[in-house]
Design a protein around this ligand. Structure first.
Ligand code: FA5
Ligand code: MG
Length: 419
């Protein structure tokens, strides 16, 4: 009894992922719920919205190489160091990323493959893949989602730069015919500078071509969808951003049903990335699209969990290549349970609580929110309270079942997190 409540459950000494076995260590935090997602490959399932969207973007960038089957297991070097992330970047921590052990992790973004793809000599490429992040749980956040990396580089001499400019003229002409309103920011500015290695004029030309390429993609994807009709133009907003591996950097938001939605990050590729890939004499741009965010808009899919549903009422609604409006099947009732506890002495990260719930309840959990925090004024002890909302996409849950899930959550909070 004492042991149960005072020691964390032992981690197995090795875990199998994608047919290989990995030794565990103090870094290991991948859960069975996550391992079960690694083989799903939604972007390759014919008819799945993520697959159709991938194909649409590939059509748009027809003369790019299209990569689709790159393993999600990467080293921290690939995911962070190869992209010049600082040593103390929070993304590296166990609370934000899934580690098999200290030498192997699940990629948190498709940028993890930039150096390897550039070093294969590819100058124009798209790479679609599943990515993994320890994050909050709600209708638009899921610990697994899909990104599409796109990149284009040219030789950094006059010939390469002129080729970019020529392509930009073509895109400008195409966009001048479209019903789109673009809120722009400068290509390069004091707060979003060109890299010291770059001729600022060249950097401007790269950033401009990046913006035109993406504006053209947004128009292709969203024109005709509600909020982007003849009378009601598509609105795209460019925002200055920061990424450790691009400068200047931007994010793009699209206005849809009364809200601005962030759908991608991008920028001029850091020269050190290209140096590592042995293409030091080239320069260019890269972007990372969030495919679920875009698909939720295009198909009117209200909850990100639905992409993982194996219910025929979901998948049978879609046909490969077509964008159609999703008709929600009846929404079953929710049922919530609260749990509060004193924080253990060694501390506790919210993401650990989310993973416990996700691992036990799987897709039966709709939402987990921290609803209260309290510090005892005299003893300084801290408590936290969470509300777990359970709901099935496919059927009504009964109270006994929800109680049993919540019991297990509490049990696991005690055993694993020592609350
Ligand atoms: C990145 O991941 C950068 N690698 C993007 C990039 C690539 C920048 C190349 C520069 C050059 P960010 O963390 O913002 O950036 O994620 C990119 C997109 O993924 C977001 O705009 C969003 O659409 C989507 N996204 C991020 N987190 C989630 C999540 N938890 N669930 C669903 N989609 C998400
Ligand atoms: Mg972002």
């Amino acid at each position: 009894f004492l042991r149960l409540y005072t020691t964390p459950a032992p981690t197995p000494s090795a875990i199998p992922v994608l047919g290989k076995t990995y030794p565990t260590d103090a870094y290991t935090n991948i859960t069975p719920a996550i391992v079960s997602k690694v083989s799903r490959q939604l972007h390759l399932q014919d008819g799945h919205p993520i697959c159709t969207l991938r194909a649409l973007v590939e059509d748009h960038f027809a003369d790019f190489a299209h990569l689709r089957s790159v393993s999600p297991l990467v080293t921290p070097y690939q995911n962070f160091d190869s992209l010049s992330f600082p040593e103390d970047h929070p993304g590296r921590s166990k609370t934000d990323s899934y580690y098999l052990n200290q030498d192997m992790m699940l990629r948190t973004h498709t940028s993890a493959h930039e150096v390897e793809v550039f070093s294969e000599g590819k100058e124009r490429w798209l790479l679609t893949a599943d990515v993994y992040r320890r994050d909050e749980i709600d209708a638009s956040h899921y610990p697994v989602f899909h990104q599409m990396e796109g990149a284009k580089i040219v030789s950094s001499d006059e010939a390469g730069v002129q080729a970019m400019e020529e392509d930009s003229r073509r895109l400008e002409h195409e966009l001048s015919q479209s019903n789109i309103i673009i809120e722009d920011v400068p290509h390069v500015s004091g707060t979003n500078p060109a890299q010291p290695e770059h001729d600022p004029r060249h950097s401007e030309i790269m950033a401009k071509n990046l913006k035109l390429s993406l504006n053209s993609l947004m128009y292709k994807l969203f024109a005709g969808v509600a909020g982007a009709t003849k009378e009601d133009p598509l609105r795209v907003r460019w925002i200055e951003a920061y990424f450790p591996f691009t400068s200047p950097s931007f994010e793009v938001e699209v206005f849809f049903r009364g809200k601005w939605l962030e759908i991608l990050g991008c920028g001029v590729v850091l020269q050190s990335t290209l140096d590592r890939a042995n293409v030091a004499n080239e320069m260019g741009w890269a972007f990372g699209l969030g495919l679920e965010r875009i698909a939720m808009i295009l198909y009117s899919i209200p909850d990100i969990r639905l992409f993982w549903s194996e219910d025929p009422r979901f998948i049978s609604q879609f046909k490969a290549g077509d964008i159609t409006t999703f008709k929600p099947y009846s929404k079953y009732p929710e049922s919530y349970r609260d749990v509060s506890f004193w924080k253990p002495q060694e501390g506790l990260h919210e993401n650990d609580v989310y993973d416990v719930v996700r691992d036990i309840a799987g897709d039966l959990v709709e939402d987990v929110k921290m609803i209260d925090q309290f510090t005892h004024p005299k003893t300084g002890r801290e408590s936290m309270a969470f509300r777990v909302t359970y709901r099935s996409m496919d059927r009504s849950l009964v109270n006994d079942e929800v109680n049993a899930l919540q019991e297990q959550v509490i049990e696991r909070l005690r055993e694993h997190l020592r609350v």
